[in-house]
Design a protein around this ligand. Sequence first.
Ligand code: GLA
Length: 714
Amino acid sequence: MKLRTLILGCLALTAASAMADELVKIQTDNVDLILKVKDDGRLTQAYLGKTLRDTNDLGWLEDGREAYITHGPEVYFEPALDVIHADGNPSSFLRHTSHATTSPKAGVQETVITLEDQKEPLTVRLHYVAYTRENVIKTWTEIVNRQKKPIQLKKFASSMLHFYRPAYYLTQFNGDWINEAQMTTLPLAFGKKVLESNLGSRADMFASPQFILSLSQPATETSGDVLLGQLGWTGNFRFTFEVDREGWLRVISGINNEFSERTLQPGETFQTADFFFTLSSAGLEKASHDLHDWARRHQVKDGMGDRMTLLNNWEATYFDFNEDKLVGLMDDAVRLGVDMFLLDDGWFGNKYPRSNDDAALGDWQETAGKLPNGVGRLCDAAREKGIKFGIWIEPEMVSQRSELFEKHRDWVLMFPNRDPQEFRNQLTLDLSNPKVQDFVFGVVDGLMTKYPEIAFFKWDCNSPIMNPYSPYLKDHQTHLYVDYVRGLYSVLERIKAKYPELPMMMCAGGSGRIDYKGLEYFTEFWASDDTDPAERLFIQYGYSFFYPSKTICAHVTTWNKLASVKFRTDVASMGKLGFDIKLSDMTADDIAYAREAVRNYNRLKPVILDGDLYRLVAPYQSTHAASAYVSKDKGHAVLFTFDIQPRAVEHRHNVVLRGLDSNRRYRIQEINLMPGQDTWVKNRSYSGDYLMNIGLDLFTGNKLNSRVVELIAE
Ligand code: GLA
């Protein structure tokens, strides 16, 4: 073969131009997304599902639906893209011009498909990153204005996916403060179902930017075709699920375009948010395992690293503390055996000291009356006691009673000529303004520069954007919601670049803000201010579908005193364990128990934080709940069982395990026992086969009762 022909052949492999019915394959170990380039250049989604093993069948694939539908050719249903061109033409007809696949690192393949409008100078690039082993696909879109004048983007989805199945079941995660991630499943029928947020900063207060879509029938943990999808965007999101008259479902995911029409200048490229999804043909468990593995390996800040246990002072003191009280609490932390003391809200402000939540946000200097020797003395005390020191901030916010507000009203989101509306007595700073970004970066950087021993930040965000008007953006107000989030990312990027090892908790009055793009910058998130352990079983269960346990912060507090400290701690031990309680609120037995539970947790971290989660009994299905964590080599497992509100007369079934090796024997031992508590679950050994077929009689008829059982392969 001549060299020229060879070179041309190679080029064609990586950058194929439009040919009749060419297939573009985005593949992971278990999932195929196959797009078809029609001979007229249209791009369709020919297949999305379990990997097709025999490539001889690919020729039989139907066209399917247009992959990224625009307004113009499609006027019946909602499009992914809606552009008003510079000449006022509101239609876009996209045609494939090229595509290319590269491998940025082992196990990761990126495909970029370029589409162009037939008449208007507009380029759209669809990006797909396939994580081969983890079966996760990340997808986003770039929209390029090649016109001589600005164009208007009315809709700009990250992704559009199509399904054609006999039935669809959507599980959504919604709620409110102290009631996050509540799950509801509903069938989808003709018409539209929209899940969205318009809240701006604390964007996920009412709904999480994620969903579960069961195809054909409701998926179970171990069966069914199911897609788990999430928008990586720490702001307003929108998912549209629309079933048409033929029974096709389209799923459009992206930044919420409501109040967010964008003007795109000549030569400018708009990049959408990332949409992440995984598809499992073996039910929810497999989908969660894949997502958790992907999150740890590829997405979360320090995803493979360890996590620190801690004692937080928020519920122990609220705003009422001084240096002595905090140092006393550090002694509690030492007695519990946790790694860190976390100082919460209330340490800052001098002209307007923060003695409650109506002042001082923005004035990030220690209150002299409370901390005469500053944070430095607290760092010293922590070091002397052999623990780490962490600190709470809420740097995107400002109180009207603050020096920052007096000095920089122009940095605050407020409508001109109107009194600002507050949420929790505070307002949101204008993060679209680079000067404000510098200020917010400076809150972390200033503290770290002065006190390099600070080992952890809890970054809170208690208010939605209540007054969506940016003094900085002037006549581009519809850019605010997107530019706010971009401003936030630019700050977080600078922090991550300068402090790559610094662990940070993402918090927003509980989990009013949590998504996987945010977790690129945070090691963990605060799942809820609701620490009633019975409620936490539901909240943590909800988040467990998407997030690995090492990211889900769970603290022991005094909420629900009907539940024992043991029950509260056992629930919290399924996530990233912490305490937010004074030892004076605990009995001597409780303290002895808690110390032992922390020791066990430290020993079992590799299993709980990095193993595979098996949701054995869902709190939604029963008056009980059970989950197990199994190490990747199946040699070690921890089983948590809970009796929440058992009925007086009920049929109690064994807890049947999954994920063990049926051919090995496991020695089982109940751990996290109260001093003097007896158990039959002691030093017995069972085969994996027995445990996964017959299971163990661990549930009881006692209310708010819990058991933790360790299994070690012999
Ligand atoms: C939010 C957080 C709490 C606590 C308070 C402090 O509500 O979720 O954990 O930090 O703020 O004001």
